[in-house]
Write a protein that binds this ligand. Structure first.
Ligand code: MGD
Ligand code: MGD
Ligand code: SF4
Ligand code: MO
Length: 740
């Protein structure tokens, strides 16, 4: 068979690089960066070229598994769905709707069909026990943006291609390739800032590869960025450097912020942050003086006890310096599938609470840090069954040792997952999705976080094996079972019904460009693609660039995108205020009462004496994606990388030498891990990567098992949260370190 060439967007991280994939006889023979992709221009990282290896991985499940007598056996799809129906119906009938919990993991965000199908599934289940990876990740940003801009998805991104000054806190895009700021080739884009005379400053407890590329690295005590940011804000007010410019009229609460941060003098905050007062002051002056500047914070700022405060203060600084919503500053993306303007609606949290710890709901979900409590604590509403969708909480959530042991005792666990891993080994039924190369792809999540205005659509590279459902079909069938329609319900008819509902909503919506049109006309125009692609086409055609089904003949549709296999670049971001806002006032609400009130908690911490003990921070690695690509041989080749890093001074004091094994213990648990001494980590900090702990009994990931590493989330403490967002604390955890 002849060689074929396909183009597609890499789904493995947020950078959305274009790939050029050569195939022969149903196998990948080569992958390289797509030089003609207008956004990524050929950039690729070591993970991008492994989609073929993931597709061909002998451990990747191709057939459903059902656990019988403790052993996972292959069954037909019909048997698997029948088993789900039988057992799920029993749990629902016996214990009620809240007894079934859902955990949806990170890959769903890279999978438009899942994004579209999960909400109806959750609705059909009717449970309040909904958990996702967002509460071990970016929930603080959603909450602060919800409060300040009115919508949890109104997240501004640093305009790194045009900025003169970039202040990065707690992000390491040289390894992560960026997050909540989609840009292929962060390394090149950072270099370009400096090449055009701009400056880059990186605040991080570790001298990361990103910090090494910067003009200045500022070490900071883990968990204290909110205090540093408040100190910088205080300086701007104290020195008369607050210059919001055109934002003045668009913003409410600037003076309130000034009053709220008045006590956070750089001198006072430095005792907590370890950042000298003069340095905080000079950062404030630099931010104010730069022609354009962007402050950007990520995991290291969000997954701490002051996560929402830090997320908020990043945007406060962007507003105070006039940099929000201007080129070179921090800007609101406008994905092609989004409407021209946001609709006003009240952003509310805490519409319901978790049963055991009474933690408030955010964006329809509860903090995953309390999932174990809900499984463990008897009473009405106790969780008896769990559905995981593309998630590995046994390795990725705090105090996962406890959660793991509880998974074993569930009455029912169902997993939609391609691997038998630390989590799914406890599942009674595993439903494997098709491989990444057997799906079509459009980035619903990351086009809306992108530093340029782009759109790409990739058709499947390979066809699915006959009789194998798409992941969308799996989710629709589960929704049908949850709704009581049975395992034999016609999933095509259900998908059609879901589409018809969306069309009916669009033609009834006065703000939609197809308001008042005949539903049948729209249905016909969508043709006969798979239902999930028609849902996507509907979004694109009713989006701000859409063809509105003929009303704007030059507009966008899925068909137009298909004609551009390398994607379309609509250019740099443009100002979007006030249209990007959804606040009831129509203004940027810079001083939400909840966040101003939470400053008091931070203020108290300034006066508490530092304990002087060691604290734990995490680390991401270029060659792995979270906990699940470790089964690809080229990504784990060479020396094992699950190693704790600490400063030689600490090591000397603690009696540890390079290569020794340390026992690291926290309030949650204890692990043994080899150590590496390096002055890249600031004194007082131990840095351990996450995503490891493979090779457990009953798993089927032979390569990962050979490079098992240890699970750092044995140490993270689920009892400590950011109280505003319910987000887990994964950085700045008090630990003891001793020779094992
Ligand atoms: N200590 C510590 N913990 C952390 C973090 C940290 O920095 N430190 N980071 C946190 C962050 S940011 C995140 S996002 C979470 C991630 O947490 P999770 O989302 O729970 O974990 P992943 O490793 O992304 O696991 C993804 C799962 O999806 C499966 N999968 C892969 N592709 C597909 C697919 O196409 N369909 C389906 N159905 N399944 C698929 C994989 O086999 C795997 O089981 O971890 C968090 N945990
Ligand atoms: N190669 C690779 N790429 C990935 C992933 C992956 O697993 N591997 N995961 C993807 C996912 S799901 C996400 S969410 C993104 C995350 O993207 P990033 O946020 O860029 O990733 P991290 O490497 O977790 O960066 C966090 C940084 O914060 C620092 N840090 C820890 N505590 C603190 C603190 O208190 N203050 C400050 N200022 N810094 C602190 C850490 O040392 C680390 O350098 O990456 C994505 N990309
Ligand atoms: S940087 Fe991310 S999107 Fe780009 S090739 Fe690597 S994993 Fe894929
Ligand atoms: Mo993440």
């Amino acid at each position: 068979m002849a060689t074929r060439v396909a183009f597609r967007t890499c789904p493995l991280c947020e950078a959305t690089c274009g790939l050029r994939i050569e195939t022969e006889n149903g196998h990948v023979t080569g992958i390289r960066g797509d030089a003609e992709d207008p956004f990524s221009k050929g950039f690729i990282c070591p993970k991008g070229s492994t989609l073929g290896a993931l597709h061909d991985d002998p451990d990747r499940l191709r057939q459903p598994l059902v656990r019988r007598n403790g052993v996972h056996e292959e069954v037909s799809w019909e048997e698997a769905f029948a088993e789900v129906e039988r057992r799920l119906t029993t749990v629902l009938a016996t214990h009620g709707r809240d007894a079934v919990a859902v955990y949806a993991g990170n890959p769903n965000a890279h999978n438009f069909a899942n994004t579209l199908a999960i909400r109806p599934l959750v609705k059909a289940l009717g449970t309040k026990n909904v958990y996702t990876a967002s509460t071990v990740d970016q929930m603080p940003k959603h909450v602060s943006c919800g409060l300040v801009f009115g919508h949890p998805l109104a997240i501004p991104v640093p305009d790194i291609d045009r900025t003169d000054f970039l202040l990065v806190l707690g992000a390491n895009p040289l390894e992560s390739n960026g997050s909540l700021a989609t840009a292929p080739d962060w390394p090149g884009r950072l270099t370009a800032i400096r090449a055009r005379g701009g400056r880059v400053v990186v605040v991080d407890p570790r001298r990361t590869r990103t910090a090494e590329r910067a003009d200045l690295h500022v070490p900071i005590r883990p968990g204290t960025d909110a205090a540093l940011l408040a100190g910088i804000a205080q300086t701007l007010f104290a020195e008369g450097l607050v210059t919001p410019g055109r934002l003045t009229e668009l913003t409410r609460g600037i003076d309130d912020v000034g009053r709220a941060v008045a006590g956070f003098t750089p001198e006072r905050v430095s005792s907590l942050t370890g950042v000298p007062a003069e340095l905080a002051i000079s950062l404030a002056r630099e931010l104010a003086a730069a022609p354009t500047a962007a402050v950007y914070g990520r995991m290291g700022t969000h997954t701490t006890v002051y996560g929402t405060l830090a997320a908020w203060l990043v945007d406060v600084l962007n507003v105070l310096t006039g940099n929000l919503d201007r080129p070179g500053g921090s800007m609101f993306p406008h994905a092609a599938h989004e409407r021209p303007a946001r609709t006003t609606r009240a952003f509310r949290t805490g519409r319901w609470h978790s049963r055991v710890r009474e933690l408030p709901e955010m964006m329809g979900e509860l903090p995953v840090a309390t999932l174990a409590d809900e499984i463990d604590t008897p009473g009405t509403g106790q969780v008896r069954a769990l559905l995981t969708i593309a998630g590995n909480p046994a390795l990725t959530t705090p105090d996962s040792g406890r959660l793991e042991s509880l998974l074993a005792g569930l009455e029912l666990m169902i997993s939609i997952d391609p691997y038998l891993n630390a989590t799914t080994r406890h599942a009674d039924v595993i439903l494997p999705p098709p491989s990444v190369l057997e799906k079509s792809h459009y980035d619903l999540a990351f086009t809306a976080l992108s530093v340029r205005d782009v759109a790409h659509f990739s058709p499947p590279v390979f066809e699915r094996a006959t009789g194998t459902p798409s992941e969308f079909e799996i989710l629709v069938r589960l929704a049908a079972i949850a709704a009581g329609l049975g395992a034999d319900a016609d999933s095509d008819a259900l998908a059609e019904a879901a589409l018809a509902t969306r069309i009916a909503e669009a033609v009834a919506d006065p703000a939609s460009p197809i308001h008042g049109r005949a539903p049948d006309e729209i249905t016909d125009a969508l043709g006969d693609r798979p239902a999930e692609e028609r849902l996507l086409d509907l979004l694109l055609r009713t989006g701000h660039r859409g063809d509105a089904f003929g009303a704007r003949p030059d507009g966008l549709s899925l068909a137009v995108l298909e004609e551009s296999p390398h994607g379309i670049d609509f250019g740099p971001l443009g100002p979007r205020l006030p249209d990007a806002l959804a606040t009831e006032s129509g203004l940027v609400e810079l001083a939400p009462p909840q966040l101003v009130a939470d400053l008091a908690r931070l203020d108290r911490a300034l006066d508490a004496a530092a304990t002087g003990g060691m604290v734990l921070v995490g680390r991401r690695q270029l060659r792995t994606a979270n906990s699940w690509t470790q089964n690809v041989p080229v990504l784990v080749r060479g020396k094992d990388s699950c190693i704790a890093q600490l400063h030689p001074d600490d090591a000397g004091r603690l009696g540890l030498v390079d290569g020794a094994t340390a026992r690291v213990s926290s309030a949650a648990g204890s692990i043994d891990v080899p150590v590496e001494l390096t002055d890249a980590v600031m004194p007082g900090v131990v840095c351990i990567p996450y995503g490891w702990g493979h090779g457990l009994p009953g798993t089927r990931q032979a390569v990962a098992a050979g490079h098992a590493g240890v699970n750092v989330n044995i140490l993270t403490d689920a009892s400590v949260l950011d109280p505003v967002s319910g987000n887990a604390v994964l950085n700045g955890i008090p630990v003891t370190v001793e020779p094992a």
